[in-house]
Design a protein around this ligand. Structure first.
Ligand SMILES: [Fe+2]
Length: 499
């Protein structure tokens, strides 16, 4: 039964990927004209086949990088946006480039490499874009055989089970070497699971078990990977909202918690040749699917007021049997529809609201309530030791005041989820702040016994910078920085791997 469902899901995926209808590519020269005199837009230039491979053996540093902070910090994001004079229309389209910062003995090196997907290899050979992407229609390319033929591996990167996984929402994980980031190829967890989507926001619990989902047509796949990187279990069930965007998920001790925003990504809908538009489906709620890890047929769907969700913070179970889920909610699909397109054209727009939200899901009664905070955030992260358990502090990239009106994230925020108090550091209005992660200090247990590690783009210095802050003193700003000798494209997500 499981195998038949898997095969049906794969067949649906291949059909879905074939009928895209998006905007035509822009001219690369249009972007160059648009960004003249906009120093913050430099990272949106992206990389080429040549500059997509970077290595700096020893980064210039300021402050003191602690010797106890040892390991590899990975990031991933769309990076190659232009080929053959054409430029992608949507930020999510670019080919993925994985960044690896190696921290050892107070010194840092950086390596970045484009993920050698089959899509990238084919387009390098052709010297032009060949395949439709998330938001751009390319004509005259070869037929698309399934999601992996358009997999850009551009959304997240993490090290697990001895390899680096470069992740995308709709296709296979790509495995890379932790030594040099060379691409090993798409991961097949089991022969009959080849090509099944392994989405971009898995959660790894404190014991090293990785849980993930993938959506394939009307089916949802649930993955369980053991700490050594081997498949421990796979289950397939129906999605309660087929065709929607399912981007992130949370875990608790017993459950998987999956927000299903009412945004349809129906690749089969023609749009008359104009730009593809993403919108909320009128009258549809935000669904939250809760499944038991041990048996996903034991499930419940909660309905919350309509809103868009990309990212979750965390989830945990309470003593009275409820599930508390933190996430970032937006009233509409503005970023997907307009914000990400405006960035790619070099004309950023004032951002739509995206706020910290907390939902309480009553597992006994089936009711849900949600509280929305008054802030402007994205990229929520927590203490990695508390994934699936109660956590007090929620870290986000944030905007406020005058910086908010410019439409870019310029600061960091730690929110105390018990008191509602926020603590912040403002990098300044000439800086773009990317996702930061919490890295526990070795041998310490408190949530604020942690460093905050993340990248910024400094518009004044025209440089990508890696920053380290002390979580207990976030207001003081970076205690150490490392400056790259080149500008990296803005990325999405990353993770620190100690060792
Ligand atoms: Fe994401």
């Amino acid at each position: 039964m499981q195998r038949r469902r898997l095969m049906q899901a794969l067949a649906g995926l291949a059909a879905g990927a074939a009928g895209t209808a998006q905007a035509r590519p822009a001219a690369a020269s249009d972007f160059a004209r648009a960004v003249a005199g906009q120093p913050l837009m430099t990272p949106l230039q992206g990389v080429s086949d040549q500059t997509g491979d970077r290595f700096a053996e020893r980064l210039a540093t300021r402050g003191r990088w602690p010797e106890a902070l040892s390991g590899r910090f990975y990031r991933n994001g769309p990076a190659l946006y232009e080929r053959g004079g054409e430029r992608y229309h949507h930020w999510f389209d670019g080919d993925g480039m994985v960044q690896q910062f190696t921290l050892a003995g107070g010194t840092l090196s950086h390596r970045g490499r484009l993920v050698r997907t089959s899509k990238l290899a084919a387009e390098q050979r052709a010297g032009r874009f060949l395949f439709n992407t998330f938001g751009t229609q390319i004509e005259g390319g070869p037929p698309i055989s399934g999601p992996d033929s358009v997999n850009t591996a551009n959304t997240n990167a993490l090290e697990h089970g001895g390899r680096v996984l470069a992740l995308w929402e709709g296709g296979s994980a790509y495995a890379l070497s932790p030594q040099d980031l060379s691409t090993r190829g798409p991961v097949t967890w089991r022969d009959d699971l080849q090509g099944m989507p392994f989405s971009a926001h898995p959660k790894i619990d404190a014991a090293g078990h990785l849980w993930n989902i993938g959506t394939a047509g009307a089916a949802m796949v649930v993955w369980h990977i053991d700490p050594a990187g081997a498949l421990a279990g796979v289950q397939v069930g129906p999605s309660p909202y087929p065709g929607g965007m399912v981007h992130d998920m949370a875990v608790t001790g017993r459950h998987l918690v999956v927000p299903l925003p009412p945004v349809s990504l129906d690749f089969g809908q023609p749009t008359g040749g104009g730009p593809r538009r993403f919108a909320m489906k009128a009258g549809e709620p935000l669904r939250v699917l809760v499944m038991e890890k041990a048996d996903i047929t034991k499930r419940r769907v909660f309905e919350l007021p309509p809103q868009m969700v990309f990212h979750v913070g965390n989830a945990h179970e309470t003593a009275d049997g409820s599930i508390v889920l933190s996430f970032v909610g937006a009233p509409d699909a503005w970023f997907l529809d307009q914000g990400a397109v405006a960035l790619m054209s070099g004309r950023p727009l004032p951002s739509g609201p995206s706020r910290t939200c907390v939902a309480v899901l009553d597992m006994a009664g089936g009711k849900a309530r949600v509280e929305t905070m008054d802030d402007q955030v994205e990229f929520p992260r927590i203490d990695p030791r508390r994934i699936g358990q109660s956590s007090r502090w929620l870290l986000s990239a944030a905007a406020w005041g005058a910086g908010h009106r410019a439409g870019l994230l310029h600061g960091l925020q730690l929110r105390d989820m018990q008191t509602g108090r926020v603590r912040r550091h403002d990098y300044g209005d000439q800086t773009i702040v990317e996702e930061h992660v919490m890295v526990p200090k070795p041998g310490r247990r408190g949530e604020l016994d942690a460093w905050l590690l993340g990248t910024t783009f400094d518009g004044r210095r025209q440089a990508t910078v890696l920053n380290l802050l002390d979580a207990a003193h976030i207001e003081d700003g970076p205690i150490a920085q490392a400056t790259l000798p080149y500008v990296l494209p803005l990325g999405f997500h990353g993770n620190f791997h100690p060792g």
